[in-house]
Each structure stands twice: as structure tokens, then as C-alpha cells.
Design a protein around this ligand. Sequence first.
Ligand SMILES: NC(=O)c1ccc[n+]([C@@H]2O[C@H](COP(=O)([O-])OP(=O)(O)OC[C@H]3O[C@@H](n4cnc5c(N)ncnc54)[C@H](OP(=O)(O)O)[C@@H]3O)[C@@H](O)[C@H]2O)c1
Length: 258
Amino acid sequence: MNIHIIGGGNLGSAIAIGLAQFTTGNNITVTRRNVQLIENLKQYDIATSADNTAGISRADIVILAIKPWQVDAVLEEILPLVKGKVIASGASGVTVDHLNQKIAGSNVVVRIMPNIAVQYGASATCISAAADDIKNTQTIVELFDKVGTAVIIDEKLMDAATVLGACGTAFALRYIRASMQAGIEIGFDAKTALAIAAQTALGATQMLLQEGAHPEQLIDKVTTPQGCTIAGLNEMEHEGFSSSLIKGIKTSLHKIKG
Ligand SMILES: NC(=O)c1ccc[n+]([C@@H]2O[C@H](COP(=O)([O-])OP(=O)(O)OC[C@H]3O[C@@H](n4cnc5c(N)ncnc54)[C@H](OP(=O)(O)O)[C@@H]3O)[C@@H](O)[C@H]2O)c1
């Protein structure tokens, strides 16, 4: 397929590199106005351009990875050249309804919410579309399934998906950073502390996903009665560990809904 990504920033570049690394047979183009900032994408065989319309008429899928307030202007620029194509928008908060009004029925519109781990084939991508277009989202689902996991969700959960899946990357990284800082305090140099904290988080995630278990089942395997793990865990809970995460996620959702 020819995949045309408009907006080579954090998300657009990550999607492009992920697709280049984890799929085969696709031609990928990325555009942004300051095109010199994405020259590095060429090493992955990704074409770059400052012109959003360059080669767009050959595209099978157009992905919008631009800020919400840039969507209308970009659509006006490209619409005459993309009739009938699938347009997948990653712009937070821009609804399928809004996109459909802009394109006036001439395209299949899909909303996507990946995260930047898409670059490493590890995104948790949520996808939604209008009921009439759901059957046409399969190509997008299959594509994002190759760079992590891809699920179709009800559009009313898109803001929640943004918080849990996209903002969630930052939340998980902050957990690792805190573990690293504690690791330094208990005796490791910073590099070793980070390596241990990051690999331990990865290992816990792999166990969880491969065993399909509830986290608490795996926690039970690590907690000896009267041992050091349960003592540390309970102290964290007394200090509001789970509660602060839940409150943070709800605050992010409140913020996104304006
Ligand atoms: N970052 C994430 O983790 C993440 C995850 C999920 C969803 N999102 C959503 O994805 C969208 C992009 O986020 P981001 O973090 O990637 O932002 P970003 O890093 O600022 O990237 C946006 C890119 O769009 C380009 N751009 C702006 N106007 C353009 C135009 N008219 N034509 C072509 N390119 C244009 C900008 O480059 P120039 O100024 O050089 O044109 C910039 O590189 C946002 O709506 C965000 O909410 C982000």
C-alpha cells in the first residue's frame, strides 16, 4: 500500500518508522513544513516532503498526525486529490462527525489513537469510525495490529483511550523514573538503576500479557507472608499509590474533555 502521513512530528514519525520496520510491501511518505527535520526518516526508506499533496493521489491511506487545530486547513488542501481514499486521523478530540462534515461523504474516515511506542511495534492503538464505515476500518486495524495491538472502540471512549493509551506512556515512564530514583538511593548508579527498573517493568508486562492473568495473581507469586515485597507494597498503598494513579488518569480525562 501507499501510506501518506501528514505531520512528521512525534506521532507521525513514530508511525512511519514503526510501519517501515514491522510491515512489508508498503511505500511510506511523510510530510511536514520543516521537512529538513525529518531527513532522518530516509534511512528507513521513507520518502519525505514539505508538500502535503506530493504523490498523495497514489496513496491508499492518508494518516493525519497533526494538531487538532491544523486539521481543517490540511483537509481543505488535500481533499480535491484524495476522493474515495481512507483518511485515518490521529488528531486528538477531532470527531468522526466533524471529519465527515469536512469531507462531505467523499472518503472513509477513521479515527486512530496510537501511542509513540508504535515506533517499536508496541502501540496500544484504539480505532473508531461511524457505524456505516466500520467494515472499511479493517485495513487500518490490520495495519496497526502489526505495530502493536489494535482494537475498535466506541467513539465515545476515544478521550478515555487517549488518556489510558497515549498519555499512559508518560504515566508508565514516570513509574520507571521513580523506581530508578529509589534504586539510586538504595545503592545503584543511575544507569544500572534505570536498566533494572525498565527491564523489571517490561518483564512484569510480558508476564501479564502472555499469561492473560490479573495483576494481583502475579503479585501473589512475589509476595511472601511477612516479607519485604508486601511490606513495600502496603506502604506504597498507604501513601496513595493506586489512588494517585486513578486520580491522575481521571484528571487527564477531565482536562481533555475541557
Ligand atoms: N505524541 C503522542 O504521543 C500522541 C499520541 C496519540 C495522538 N497524538 C495526537 O497526534 C497529533 C500530533 O501530535 P504530535 O505529538 O506528533 O505533535 P507534533 O510533534 O507537534 O507534530 C505535529 C506535526 O505536524 C506538522 N504540521 C503542522 N502543520 C502542518 C501542515 N499544515 N502540513 C503538514 N504538517 C504540518 C508539524 O511540523 P511543521 O511545523 O514542520 O509543519 C509537526 O511536526 C496531535 O493531535 C496529538 O494529540 C499524539
